[in-house]
Design a protein around this ligand. Structure first.
Ligand code: ADP
Length: 509
């Protein structure tokens, strides 16, 4: 109750009332309320006029008829106005209509009747106060209500004053009636204003509710949106999960396949190793078997060459037989070495080795071949190199292989330069030629076994592609390195780096 009164008296308003009053939505609601109030007030007035006819029995007969006709007229005017009052108009329209109702009643009937029935002394004062009470149903601001009530009040004062004898029954009724009227005026104005303020509170509550509803709606909307998003995400996740499980299954299958392949490969590997061993054994055996007759051929052809009774032609044939047999023997020896390296049976007999001497010696031993190709060999040997720890026979084999290749792959009349260099804890031996060179794409494969740049049967140069493979294996066994630099058409340079101190058997790539 206290809150209600506070609300009405504008003490605890949470927002400025003028904000509500200026709000177009409030004006609209107020106009609608006023439209219905005017209909209610009009209906009350019509009812009261019909009822007031009872009081008219106290009137003299000549006045009764006059007043009766007047009242009927007013009732019809009211009924017409009530029935055809237009809806949907602004608040100003209804304020004027409300005032028109009030004054029409007051002016048309009460003022005339009060005048006719004795002014201040008239008991129709009561009837006019009824009009004021009914008017209090209309929600009006005080600034409209008080003047409206005051004007109504004038409809009592003015007709009383223009009577011939306004104070017919003395001053007493004048004082009482005026007090009565002024009191009524304030009660009526307050009631009207209270209703106006109540409509404001009602509007405020309505707006709050509306906003809460809107907020709820938008929260609901955003919640629904979130729900939809969550549902979409869930669907996506579910899809991802099923994709993942499919991928997992596929991976498991691949793993299974890989395991099987690995097993197969392991089995193949074992098989291959077995074959490899067989092959090495075969190579060792066949090499051994071939070497024995070859040694005889070489030995006997040398013996025959010493026979001076032979014609020069036959000596020439014997030289060819001897050279070819030597080449064959070298090839067989290389094959035997390769199979030894593979079987891990190759052993190094490490001694202090004079590299420069080994180089010169190798060049000397290959001089028939060098002469045949009409090459010039230049030795650039670093004399500061002291003996290194290596297997002299194998070092000679390394240099020999590189030299033979340089001779083979250089067109007649070329130049071969053999260099030895001191390099910290290593000695570098380089065999450089001015030959055909090697294309960049072949540089990576020439150290592979049986790999030849020209592998066709119609190739120009002899050999089976094991020389560099064996050379590399021997260099690795010494803990050294081998590399090549080459340019097609310009020549190649093979360099072997051998450690000065032998560090034991090492395998390097
Ligand atoms: P091959 O018995 O064929 O000479 P190698 O293993 O000694 O086998 O050499 C492999 C290949 O490397 C050769 O076929 C050749 O094409 C290439 N090669 C080796 N040395 C030289 C070089 N000095 N100049 C050009 N090509 C070379």
């Amino acid at each position: 109750m206290k809150k209600f009164i506070n609300d009405i008296l504008n003490i605890n308003y949470p927002i400025n009332p003028s904000l509500i009053e200026n709000d177009a939505r409030f004006q609209e609601r107020l106009a609608v309320a006023c439209y219905y109030r005017i209909k209610i007030i009009g209906s009350c007035a019509v009812f009261l006029y019909i009822f007031s006819n009872v009081m008219d029995y106290h009137l003299p007969v000549e006045q009764f008829l006059q007043i009766f006709i007047l009242k009927i007229l007013v009732i019809f005017i009211f009924l017409y106005a009530i029935l055809f009052l237009p809806a949907g108009k602004g608040i100003n329209f209804y304020n004027i209509a409300g005032a028109a109702f009030l004054w029409l009643t007051a002016a048309l009937i009460n003022a005339i009747i009060i005048h006719l029935t004795g002014g201040y002394d008239s008991y129709w004062v009561m009837s006019l106060s009824m009009v004021m009470v009914v008017a209090s149903l209309y929600p009006w601001q005080l600034r409209y209500e008080i003047p409206a009530q005051f004007i109504t009040y004038l409809f009592y004062i003015v007709p009383s004053l223009i009577l011939d004898n306004p104070f017919n029954e003395g001053v007493h009724p004048f004082i009482v009636n005026n007090f009565y009227f002024v009191g009524f005026m304030f009660v009526s104005a307050s009631l009207s204003y209270i209703q106006y303020r109540w409509l404001m509170v009602d509007f405020y509550l309505y707006i709050n509710l509306l906003e809460s509803k809107n907020e709820l709606e938008s929260s609901k909307e955003s919640l629904l949106m979130r729900k939809r998003e969550a549902e979409e995400k869930t669907a996506e996740l579910e899809k991802t999960v099923s994709d993942l499980s499919r991928t997992k299954q596929a991976l498991l299958n691949i793993m299974e396949d890989l395991r099987n392949s690995k097993k197969e490969m392991e089995e193949t590997n074992i098989q291959l190793k077995k074959y490899d061993l067989l092959k090495s054994e075969f190579l060792a055996n066949i090499s051994h078997e071939l070497r024995t007759p070859l040694t005889s051929v070489i030995g006997f052809s040398r013996l025959l060459m010493d026979d001076n009774s032979l014609s020069p032609d036959k000596k020439e044939y014997l030289t060819i037989i001897s050279q070819s047999s030597n080449n064959l023997l070298n090839l067989i020896n290389d094959l035997l070495d390769i199979s030894k390296v593979e079987a891990g049976e190759m052993e190094l007999f490490v001694h202090p080795t004079d590299i420069n001497f080994t180089i010169s010696n190798t060049i000397y031993s290959l001089s028939p071949m060098i002469t045949e190709y009409k090459h010039t060999v230049v030795e650039q040997l670093d004399q500061s190199i002291s003996e290194i720890e290596a297997d002299p026979r194998r070092v000679q084999q390394i240099v020999s292989n590189l030299l033979v290749n340089a001779v083979k792959y250089t067109p007649q009349g070329g130049q071969i330069t053999v260099t030895s260099t001191n390099s910290y804890d290593e000695v570098w031996v380089t065999v450089r030629d001015t030959g055909v060179g090697i294309s960049p794409e072949n540089l990576g494969v020439i150290f592979d076994r049986f790999r030849q740049v020209d592998g066709s049967t119609t190739r120009k140069f002899g050999g089976i592609g094991i020389g560099l493979d064996l050379t590399k294996a021997l260099v690795n066994m010494h803990g050294g390195r081998i590399w090549v630099e080459s340019e097609p058409g310009k020549g190649s340079a093979f360099t072997v780096a051998l450690p000065k101190k032998y560090k034991g058997k090492e395998q390097k790539d």
